[in-house]
Structure formats: structure tokens, C-alpha cells
Design a protein around this ligand. Structure first.
Ligand code: FAD
Ligand code: ZN
Ligand code: ZN
Length: 445
């Protein structure tokens, strides 16, 4: 039980060169041969090892005499050669056996024809076994009196080989051999399907979105709810595209395991692909994703808008793009932020610019005025003799950027000339002009 537990663990965790499905004679021999040559092999069977066809054979190592009738001589040659090799390799278990055949008159092949066939079979088998014998009725009567000779015109005797062992135990011998060479073998482990993984892990595609945030929101930062529609691994099939179903006949081939196709007047049959030729269905395409492994999903996301974002900035939300393939990671979501222009502030990097109207007398005589800022109204001292277009820099009253630095508020003066409507103001200005008779355009002359 402990061995089984560790083997199951190895199967689940490990990577193998070969996974052999089925511990019948073919699987057992393949596992033994591969692991003896140093391959990392796993062998599983959904039932007992050698619990299926390989325990119900007639124990013959057969050279294929049946195929003499259809003249498939190359096939017979191959079968005979492997039979001979079995006899040589397993001399105590696979041994020559003689077959005694009586020939009824009127059989579709004459006695001589069969005897010649048996001879040819022996020749094709490299004369490895004892030579076939033609048997007369008398010989048969003498050697095997149990045979009823009514209607017989004689018979013949030829050789093949027999497995002098329980065939399941024979199979188990190969599995033992595989285990001795480090094969991880476990019964009652079933393969429910396989998947081709085309190529390397593939990262999912990125998604792009645009949002608009107010000037204030961009300056101060905050949170924004968005929704993304993305491909996500199907939860129903855990991204495999297939689901286990109660075993039933394969709907593609109606349980025959074979699909037929016609080309011209010829009919070809080949194993049915969806069921691998078994005729049984244990898996079906996942109905939730139609076998696509992914499905579209709309998801709400809350993104953090960091303070001080400028128009056109991009925010990356990692892992929220389309799902990856073959174990690849998901893509990202990129959110481009649009920030509309502000009514009075203009942004240049982290600095804010503001144009402030200043009356002529304020500029000339100096004044303390109030200017708007991100932090509320600020007092600004306009010194006497301030000119139009003059700038004042208010340190660290601009935009706070992510590195902790804060820009300035740059205030530009716009002089506002008085609209002179009354005679008294006009008179005062004329007076002012007479007292200050300075040529304001002297640098032009
Ligand atoms: C009546 C009879 C007499 C025969 N006589 C002879 C004879 O005399 N000489 C001769 O050479 N041949 C004979 N044969 C043929 C021979 O028995 C078979 O060719 C041979 O046993 C096939 O072996 P196998 O390993 O390919 O298949 P099996 O022995 O059928 O093994 C396949 C194994 O795969 C397992 N399996 C299937 N699917 C899965 C899965 N998804 N996951 C895990 N495991 C799985 C099964 O449980 C099974 O144990 C005879 C056959 C029959 C029926
Ligand atoms: Zn099928
Ligand atoms: Zn699915």
C-alpha cells in the first residue's frame, strides 16, 4: 500500500518520457523494454494488470498459419520470426507444440494442398520447428486412436509454439521487469483523456481602455470603477475544454469506434478520432465554453488613480487582460486617462499656471490680492510698479507628483484698464499724465 501511495505520488508530480496506457501484454512489454533502455516510464491500467484480453488468450505464440490461405506471406514471415524469437528467449515458457489435423473429404482445400501449405509455412518459419508430417489414415489410427476417421482421407501434423504459463502471469513478469528498472506502474489508474499542448506557454493579450477623470480627480487621485470584458479560463472544465461524462457510446461513430469515408468507389475506414477508436465516450466538449477552454467574462475592476496624473497617462492593471494559453500568464489592462482642461488653471508638468487680472492702481501702487489655488484662496503681494505679464511663483502650490515633489503655482499678471465713464476720473487721469510726462515709447525711437 505504501508502494502504491508513493507511485501515485510520482505519477502525479513527475514528468515522464513515456506514459504507457494499459498493462496488457503490449503495454507490459513496451514498459519493460523502454525502462530497461533507460527511459523514464510510467505505466497505468484502469483495471488489473493483464485483466483484459491478455488473460483470455489461447496461450499460443502463433506464426500465422491462417494467413497462408490468403497468401499474406510477408505477414506470416514476420509472425514466424517473432514466434521463433519468443521460443529462443523464453525457452522454459514458450515451447514448440505440435498440432494434429485430420482432413475431412470434400473440405474446400484438398489434403495435399494443405500439406504443401504446412511445408511452406515451415520453410517461411526458417525450418525452426520440427518438419510437418503427412499422415495417412493408418498412421492416425495407430498414433491417435481417439480421432474419428469417418469421412477422412488422412491428415497432417505441423508445429507452432505455446505459452506454458498462465498468460496473465507472463504479462506480470514484464511489469516486474519494468518496475525493477524504475518504471512507475500503478493499476486502477485510468487515463480520462489527453491534450496536445501546442508550443510554449502563451501570454494572454493585453486589453486597452480609456477613461476621463476631472481635473481635480487627476490632481488628487482616487479610485475609479471600470468593467473589463475578458477571456477567462472556463471554470466548469478548469480550462481543459472537456468534461467527464458517464460512459456511453461515442456519438460520432455510434459506438463502432470506426468512421468510414468513401473515395470514388472505395470505402476507407479509420479509427474514430473523438473516441480514439474505443467507441466509448468518457469525455465531451465542455458545454459551458463549447470546448474553447475560455469564455468571455465581464468583470468590475476598481483601479487606483494615483494623484497628479497628467492627460494621456496610462495606468497598468496587471493580470486582468485575456487569459494565457498552455499555462501562460494573463495579459494586462492598460487604462489611458484623459483629463479635460481646467477653466482657470493651465498645467505644465507639475506647475500650475494662472492668469490674474490686476487693476492699474493695484499694479502701480502695490496691493495684497487674493488668488485661487488648489489649497483654496491664497494671499499674493503685488509690489508697486508691477508690469503686465509679470510672473510670481508661489512655491509648492502646484501639483503633487508621485515622487513626493510638489510643483509651483505661477501667477501671471494681466493689467485691467479702467473703463472711464465719468468726467471726474477722466480729469484725474489727464492730471496724472501731466505730472508723469515720461515718454513710454522712448526705446522705439
Ligand atoms: C479468445 C482469445 C484468444 C487469443 N489467443 C491468442 C493466442 O493464442 N496467441 C496470441 O498471440 N494472441 C491471442 N489473442 C490475442 C491477444 O490476447 C491480444 O492481442 C493481446 O492480449 C492484446 O494485448 P494488449 O496489451 O494490446 O491489450 P489488453 O490485454 O486488452 O490490454 C489493454 C489494457 O489497457 C487498459 N486500458 C484501456 N484503456 C485504458 C485507459 N484509458 N486508462 C488506463 N488503462 C486502460 C485495459 O484495462 C487493459 O488492461 C487472443 C485473444 C482472444 C480474445
Ligand atoms: Zn467514436
Ligand atoms: Zn469549459
Amino acid at each position: 500500500m505504501k508502494l502504491r501511495a508513493t507511485t501515485i505520488d510520482r505519477l502525479a508530480q513527475g514528468t515522464f518520457d513515456v506514459l504507457v496506457l494499459g498493462g496488457g501484454i503490449n503495454g507490459a512489454v513496451a514498459a519493460a523494454a523502454l525502462s530497461a533502455r533507460g527511459a523514464k516510464v510510467a505505466l497505468i491500467d484502469r483495471g488489473d494488470f493483464a485483466g483484459a484480453t491478455s488473460q483470455e488468450s489461447s496461450n499460443l505464440a502463433w506464426g500465422g498459419i491462417k494467413y497462408m490461405e490468403t497468401f499474406e506471406l510477408t505477414l506470416v514471415r514476420k509472425l514466424c520470426k517473432s514466434r521463433n524469437r519468443l521460443i529462443r528467449s523464453y525457452p522454459s515458457t514458450v515451447q514448440e507444440i505440435r498440432f494434429y489435423a485430420a482432413h475431412p473429404r470434400g473440405l474446400r482445400h484438398g489434403l495435399w494442398k494443405l500439406v504443401l501449405g504446412a511445408w511452406l509455412y515451415w520453410l517461411i518459419g526458417s525450418c525452426f520447428t520440427r518438419i510437418p508430417r503427412l499422415l495417412s489414415r493408418r498412421t492416425i489410427a495407430r498414433e491417435e486412436p481417439i480421432i474419428r476417421l469417418d469421412g477422412c482421407d488422412g491428415g497432417f501434423e505441423y508445429s507452432d509454439a505455446y505459452l506454458h504459463d498462465n498468460d496473465a502471469r507472463f504479462v506480470w513478469g514484464f511489469i516486474r521487469g519494468a518496475l525493477d528498472h524504475g518504471c512507475a506502474a500503478a493499476n486502477y489508474v485510468e487515463s480520462l483523456g489527453a491534450r496536445r499542448e501546442d508550443g510554449d506557454a502563451e501570454r494572454g493579450a493585453d486589453l486597452h481602455q480609456a477613461i476621463s477623470v476631472s481635473f481635480d480627480e487627476a490632481i488628487r487621485g482616487g479610485q475609479r470603477a471600470i468593467t473589463v470584458t475578458r477571456q477567462e479560463h472556463c471554470g466548469a472544465c478548469r480550462g481543459t475544454g472537456r468534461l467527464h461524462v458517464n460512459e456511453s457510446a461515442c456519438p460520432q461513430c455510434h459506438g463502432s469506434g470506426i468512421v468510414k469515408s468513401a473515395r470514388g468507389h472505395m470505402v476507407f475506414s479509420k479509427p474514430c478520432a473523438p473516441c480514439g477508436g474505443s467507441g466509448r465516450q468518457r469525455q465531451a466538449p465542455c458545454p459551458a465554453c463549447n470546448g474553447q477552454r475560455v469564455h468571455m467574462q465581464t468583470e468590475p475592476l476598481t483601479i487606483a488613480v494615483p494623484p497628479g496624473l497628467a492627460d494621456g497617462a496610462r495606468i497598468r492593471v496587471p493580470g486582468k487582460g485575456h487569459a494565457g494559453r498552455n499555462g501562460g500568464e494573463a495579459g494586462d489592462v492598460y487604462v489611458t486617462v484623459h483629463v479635460p482642461a481646467h477653466a482657470i488653471f493651465r498645467r505644465e508638468g507639475d506647475d500650475l499656471h494662472l492668469t490674474v487680472p490686476v487693476a492699474v492702481h493695484e499694479a502701480a501702487l502695490g496691493a495684497k490680492i487674493e488668488v485661487p489655488s488648489l489649497d483654496g484662496p491664497l494671499r499674493l503681494r503685488v509690489p508697486p510698479g508691477t508690469q503686465a505679464g509679470q510672473r510670481f511663483r508661489l512655491r509648492e502650490r502646484g501639483v503633487a507628483s508621485r515622487d513626493g515633489h510638489r510643483g509651483d503655482l505661477v501667477v501671471e499678471v494681466r493689467l485691467v484698464l479702467p473703463k472711464l465713464l465719468d468726467e471726474r476720473s477722466k480729469e484725474l487721469l489727464r492730471e496724472f499724465g501731466r505730472i508723469n510726462a515720461e515718454d513710454v515709447r522712448k526705446e522705439l525711437t
